[in-house]
Ligand binder design. Structure first.
Ligand SMILES: [Zn+2]
Ligand SMILES: [Zn+2]
Length: 407
């Protein structure tokens, strides 16, 4: 049974101010990671800094999980019922393959790589939380697994950690994730009650016709016409097959056919690919089925062959109700009512934290980093820069969550 925070007779929950002593270190780590971005499964330097920090705190860890992943386990000394429980807190460490244009003094020193999603901040905040937890072991019972995950960006590091036995090696009752969100006011913690992020799948279709002379179309069959017809009908999936009150996205991202030096040739093949997003399994299944049916339908209409392929990459990230409630209560206790939200609308981006939520109960929260003084832009943009003022807020929420779960 959940108890209301004010009914509990213990010291007040940690606040962002309690994390102020760790702000200089967190800021230095964040900027150092920012200057030295590493792509998924290549986070050797980042991982080494995380390990050194855990070692300095006397927190035992295991490294090499999903190549560069690190899991530190810190046990509290408080007596009581929480002693056998354990939770996991997850931070991602990877950067993106894109150029940086921020002009910051700590801008990327690696051409073509940058921290444009704020994972530098995520890693620094979990390291800061580790510092606070190590200094306040008497405030919690049980064990906190600090999960430093590689390769969140399109490389599925969370799934690899789960496959390599993350939850068997570090058993826990719940797992929590956090991501910065620039549009949300600084210090806000928003924990949606249900869907947080969408599934993220890739689809491909190859239309195979009988290529012919552009002047003599009747001697072949035209894969380009089938592709055109397919694209037009593709957008009927969301418009006509999906319940208007549900969310789905189907987009074309790539087309390839023919040769620009041969405009008088009707190509024998057209290749298309794109993305599909959904907030639940039923919409995801429906979109997969319709994409494949429409590809075969367009092919049959134009007497060509279709080879469609639907590649399931990430499931939707959907918070478990009980853990979303706990995470929201921790936000109320650490940030105050005004900065805690449980009603944030879902976002159609994807997150591999869905693989952890598929294995264990848990929840994922947004950390507001938006402030007029720090125009950090949007994720995955060359001008993006994590707002260091949010470090104490994110780290405080982690610590508050530990007290709420294990206090
Ligand atoms: Zn990202
Ligand atoms: Zn991200």
């Amino acid at each position: 049974m959940l108890r209301r925070p004010e009914q509990r007779d213990r010291e007040p929950m940690p606040t962002p101010d309690d994390l102020l002593p760790f702000k200089p270190a967190m800021t230095a780590w964040r900027r150092d990671f920012h200057a030295h971005p590493e792509l998924g499964f290549e986070e050797e330097r980042t991982s080494a800094i995380v390990r050194a920090h855990l070692e300095s705190l006397g927190i035992p860890y295991e490294a090499g999980i999903a190549k560069t992943g690190v899991v530190g386990s810190i046990t509290g000394t408080k007596g009581g019922a929480g002693g056998n429980r354990a939770i996991g807190l997850r931070a991602d460490m990877d950067a993106l393959a894109m150029p940086e244009l921020t002009g910051a003094p700590y801008a990327s020193t690696v051409p073509g790589k940058m921290h444009a999603c704020g994972h530098d901040g995520h890693t620094a905040m979990l390291m800061g939380a580790a510092s606070w937890l190590a200094a306040n072991r008497e405030r919690f019972a049980g064990t906190v697994h600090l999960i430093f995950q590689p390769a969140e960006e399109s490389r599925g590091g969370a799934g690899v950690m789960v496959k390599e036995g993350l939850f068997e090696r570090f058993p826990g009752d719940a797992v929590y994730g956090l991501h910065n969100l620039p549009g949300l006011p600084l210090g806000t913690i928003a924990v949606p009650k249900g869907p947080v992020l969408a599934s993220s799948d890739t689809w491909e279709v190859r239309f195979i016709g009988r290529g012919t002379h552009g002047a003599k179309p009747h001697l072949g069959t035209d894969a380009t016409l089938a592709a055109a017809s397919f694209i037009t009908s593709l957008h009927s999936i969301v418009a006509r097959n999906l319940d208007p009150l549900q969310t789905g996205v189907v987009s074309v991202g790539h087309m390839a056919a023919g040769n620009p030096l041969a405009p008088n040739v009707i190509p024998g093949e057209v290749f298309l690919s794109g993305t599909a997003r959904a907030l639940n399994a039923a919409t995801r299944d429906m979109q997969e089925e319709r994409i494949i049916a429409l590809a075969h339908g367009a092919a049959a209409t134009h007497d060509v062959l279709a080879e469609p392929r639907y590649i399931r990459r990430l499931g939707p990230t959907v918070n478990h109700a009980a853990q979303a409630r706990i995470a929201y209560e921790a936000a109320v206790a650490t940030m105050g009512e005004a900065l805690a939200r449980d009603d944030h609308p879902p976002i159609t981006a994807g997150e591999d934290f869905s693989d952890m939520l598929a294995a264990r109960p848990g929840a994922y929260g947004w950390l507001g980093t938006g402030a007029p003084a720090h125009p950090e832009g949007v994720h995955h943009n060359s001008h993006f820069d994590f707002n260091d003022e949010a470090l104490i807020h994110g780290a405080a929420w982690w610590c508050g969550l530990v007290e709420r779960e294990l206090g």
